[in-house]
Design a protein around this ligand. Structure first.
Ligand code: DX5
Ligand code: ZN
Length: 214
């Protein structure tokens, strides 16, 4: 699978509808929606009211990345706001198994996210529940950071784990993805690449999405 999920964190919030229409017409597959609470990560982004607006104009699935403490508290709120996929951080969940089941029971696709400092082996007991497993290739909180090179070896480890326990699980990578590293990530075994600045700060976002997919 070669999916691109542009991160709306880097979109122009004064012209969000225009940016969403550009993405609807582009070759992107999902829309990546970063929710930050100022506790789990140092930054605060946006919440359900903005996501409802995004949903109204989006013609692609909303890939909602919750960078919030105890995300299990908010599954139904984000479902109502329009999430199609919800990913939660391993590091933010006391009861990860319960939270993943809650997302599935809500009828949504679910996934676990690992920070750069968290080992892939910690997914051993939840990978079978995941539709997606997301590896952060920067420390979460901000767009526009530098890609961490160690990610390639983590992608290969995760591919091996998925092959063994859940071959249909998609591997998603988030942070510092650009046209230089995208093909290497797909080769290493990634299925979905998130890209914020690479898409929105380029002169031609739709062409950049095409280039990322190649
Ligand atoms: C970082 C977010 C990312 C971010 C990616 O905490 O989870 O989704 O928006 O932005 P770029 O692609 O610019 O690194
Ligand atoms: Zn993200």
């Amino acid at each position: 699978m070669k999916y691109i999920s542009p991160s709306l964190l880097s979109a122009d919030f004064g012209n969000l509808q225009r940016d969403l229409e550009m993405l609807n017409a582009s070759d992107c597959d999902w829309l990546h929606v970063d929710v930050m609470d100022g506790m789990f990560v140092p930054n605060i982004s946006f919440g359900q009211p903005v996501i409802k607006f995004i949903k109204k104009h989006a013609q692609k699935p909303l890939d909602v990345h919750l960078m919030i403490m105890d995300p299990g508290r908010y599954i139904n709120d984000f479902k109502e706001a329009g999430a199609d996929i919800i990913t939660v951080h391993y590091e933010a969940c006391t009861h990860l198994d319960r939270t993943l089941h809650a997302i599935k029971d809500a009828g949504l696709k679910c996934g676990v996210v690992l920070n750069p400092g968290t080992a892939v082996s910690l997914l051993e007991d939840t990978i079978q529940l995941c539709d997606v497993a997301l590896l952060m290739s920067v420390n979460p909180g901000f767009g526009g950071q530098k890609f961490i090179e160690n990610t390639y070896s983590k992608v290969r480890q995760l591919r091996a784990l998925c092959d063994r326990k859940n071959p249909s699980c998609l591997i998603e990578i988030d942070g510092g993805v650009n046209t230089e590293n995208a093909s290497k990530l797909f080769e290493a075994g990634a299925d979905v690449l998130v890209a914020g600045n690479a898409v929105f700060k380029s002169d031609n976002p739709a062409e950049t999405i095409k280039a990322l997919k190649k």
